[in-house]
Ligand binder design. Structure first.
Ligand code: ADP
Ligand code: MG
Length: 332
């Protein structure tokens, strides 16, 4: 069942700039975790604010569980929307205690046992009398989460929930958040600019670029079959090889500008070939540079037509200026 439906959402802040959101549509199923992923300025926060009712779209519809919240004739105010929102900076009231922050939402007092359960689930029991400045960043985030979930919202919206965290903390917070989402059976839309976070936490992701939803799918679907160069690069360095050079490649896309069919080939999908009878498509060329990395050697390689980045095993012997034959292996 669809919990959230977005139809043709369009929003401009400034008439002489491109729109912040441009005809964006997608659906979110019950208990699904969706990541909005994209670079800075792609419209992620604007979309979250529109869903929460803090910003009105110029055009388009927001529907939550069959209730229209935005359309050409309807605008439901934020407090009447069944959404919990956790801002990027948590936005706790500095002059209220943890407990006062948590029960701030309308109806939050109706269900004290649920609030206690949330407090226990997030491990902030015992902190209720403290003020926000007496908490660590991680504790503030948990308070903001409990506040957002206190009214059992249909939809939880989170803006960059992992961006303030140290890399060592990130993994455990990801796991905790996911557990909380599952245990509370909440439908979630969260914003991220980190493909690792989105892959770890989301059932599906919406790749945003210049206010458009460029591609929607699971991380694996998008990784394997990106629909353009921008989407492919989200997952790291990618070579784009004309399909005529590797006609049997399992995936390709047509680039809009040049109308050329390209195969996205990851640097680790190449191997050095010593056996000239291989069935794999091969390329002859010269090594331009070799950089040793922890898990591989990064090699810049040049053929008569292409520059290619390869990741070769660390035990592969390879010298700058040497000639090589490499092969593309889609199975790697
Ligand atoms: P993201 O969260 O993906 O970084 P935003 O939604 O914050 O992107 O911004 C999308 C675009 O809208 C950017 O070009 C940004 O400058 C512009 N924008 C965002 N908020 C405002 C605002 N309140 N007033 C004017 N322009 C804004
Ligand atoms: Mg943002």
């Amino acid at each position: 069942m669809n919990v959230l439906t977005l139809k043709n959402i369009t929003k401009s802040y400034n008439s002489n700039e491109p729109p912040a959101l441009n005809d964006l549509s997608f659906n979110c199923q019950s208990s699904e975790v969706i990541a909005l992923i994209g670079g800075s300025g792609s419209g992620k926060t604007t979309l979250l604010r529109i869903i929460a009712g803090l910003e009105a779209p110029d055009y388009g519809e927001v529907i939550l569980n069959n209730d229209t919240l935005n359309s050409s004739t309807v605008f439901v105010t934020p407090e009447k929307r069944d959404c919990g929102l956790v801002f990027q900076d948590y936005a706790l009231f500095p002059n209220r205690t943890v407990r006062q922050n948590i029960i701030f939402g309308k109806g939050a007092m109706d269900d004290p046992s649920w609030i206690n359960e949330l407090i226990n689930m997030t491990g902030i029991a015992g902190l209720e009398k403290r003020f926000p400045h007496e908490l660590s960043g991680g504790q503030q985030q948990r308070v903001a989460l409990v506040r957002a979930l206190a009214t059992r919202p249909l939809l939880l919206l989170l803006d960059e929930p992992l961006s303030h965290l140290d890399p060592e903390l990130k993994e455990s917070v990801r796991t905790e958040l996911l557990k909380l989402f599952r245990e509370t059976k909440t439908t979630v839309v969260f914003v991220s600019h980190d493909i690792e976070d989105a892959t770890a936490m989301a059932d599906r992701m919406v790749v945003m670029h210049k206010g458009k939803a460029e591609q929607i799918g699971t991380s694996n679907e998008i990784y394997k079959n990106p629909m353009n160069k921008n989407v492919a690069r989200l997952f790291g360095k990618t070579n784009f090889i004309p399909i005529k050079l590797i006609p049997n490649a399992p995936y390709s896309f047509t680039e809009k500008e040049s109308n050329e069919k390209l195969v996205p080939v990851r640097p680790h999908q190449w191997r050095v070939i010593n056996d000239p009878t291989t069935d794999l498509p091969t390329f002859n060329g010269k090594v331009k540079s070799v950089i040793n990395q922890v898990s591989h050697k990064e090699v810049e390689f040049e053929t008569s037509q292409l520059n290619i980045t390869l990741h070769l095993p660390t035990n592969q012997s390879v010298q700058a200026d040497s000639k090589l034959t490499i092969a593309y292996n889609a199975e790697l």
